[in-house]
Ligand binder design. Structure first.
Ligand code: FAD
Length: 296
């Protein structure tokens, strides 16, 4: 894969392409992740990120698969880290483990409350917001490249988009190198968000996060959780595809393709794909984007 750091790639002129995995919970789903990793190597992703579960439940699995993607599949890997359930000292030791594993980029997040809880409660000796995690990582691992989350349709807990933006600025001021956005299906949200970021003095790259829908029910659940809206036109196409799984996937890929085209044509620094550990929709999308000349 690429030898350039994520930061260098984001500063270049060619659009970046990255994918997001989640750590599998069983041997069967582990096989799926590794097969997907193998298959997507053909498209030379600039990096693969791997999520971190609520309450630290996937702490060891995030590191295990981050190592595997790096060592066995030659990916540049960006593990995620959240503040949920961890003291400052625990966070420091996880950061040290990431460093020892040769992982030189981290997605720094506050995290969602663990299952069954509605509000985020910080660990008594822990951190309350992602900007504090950015500060902590910079303190103990200053050479690490740091990504943070941004919300084109506002974080669900934020009382307004302006306040959410001020809070994003805190993460940037603490030393974040780039923003990856929450998924969105209407590019207008991304373009307005980037304009607002620039007006607020946030000048770092804002990498758009996209997901090809493979199931309407699953998409509705996700969107409800993360405050993303589904345009009426997309929903109508999904409803028309009904129970035909192939037809739903085709709608998802075509929608993402049209989003990707417009984003890249209008200067987005690349694409981050929420692939849900599945290769097929990402392969279909990348084939189309390569055929259209957006990627080599
Ligand atoms: C790209 C991406 C990757 C993700 N990966 C994971 C993952 O691996 N694991 C996981 O559990 N979740 C993940 N999430 C979900 C994320 O953890 C949730 O959206 C979470 O609710 C907020 O995390 P954050 O880092 O954006 O928090 P923060 O930036 O801390 O923001 C949380 C809320 O607090 C407000 N806020 C922020 N800072 C301050 C402050 N200093 N004072 C007052 N208010 C403040 C914000 O406006 C926002 O409403 C991811 C989200 C994205 C977009």
């Amino acid at each position: 894969m690429t030898n350039l750091s994520i930061k260098q790639r984001l500063e270049g002129t060619d659009p970046l392409f990255s994918i997001e995995f989640f750590p599998p919970k069983s041997d069967e789903t582990a096989v799926q992740l590794l097969r997907t990793a193998e298959r997507l190597r053909a498209y030379s992703p600039d990096f693969a990120s791997i999520t971190y579960g609520a309450g630290g439940s996937t702490r060891s699995r995030t590191l295990k698969y981050a190592r595997s993607l790096r060592e066995d599949y030659d990916y540049v890997v960006m593990p995620h880290l959240t503040c949920v359930g961890h003291s400052r000292d625990e966070l420091k030791s996880i950061i040290a483990e990431f460093k020892d594993a040769g992982l030189s980029q981290i997605m720094a997040l506050r995290g969602d409350p663990p299952k069954g809880e509605t509000n985020f409660t910080p660990h008594p000796d822990g951190l309350s917001y992602a900007n504090e995690l950015v500060e902590l990582i910079n303190e103990v691992y200053p050479e690490c490249v740091l990504g943070v989350a941004g919300y084109p349709e506002k974080h669900p807990e934020a009382s307004s988009a302006d306040i959410d933006l001020l809070n994003l600025k805190r993460k940037v001021d603490a030393g974040a190198d780039f923003v990856t956005t929450q998924l969105f299906f209407d590019n207008a949200h991304y373009f307005t968000f980037v304009d607002n970021c620039r007006r607020a003095g946030i000048t770092i790259p804002v990498l758009p996060g996209l997901m090809s829908i493979t199931s309407r029910d699953q998409a509705l659940r996700f969107c409800d959780m993360c405050g993303t809206s589904i345009p009426a036109e997309l929903d109508a196409q999904l409803l028309a595809a009904g129970d035909d799984k192939e037809a739903v996937e085709a709608v998802g890929v075509e929608w993402t393709y049209q989003q990707a085209r417009e984003l890249l044509e209008k200067g987005a620094p690349g694409l981050h794909l929420y692939i849900m550990n599945r290769a097929k929709p990402a392969v279909a999308l990348m084939e189309k984007l390569q055929a259209a000349g957006f990627y080599k």
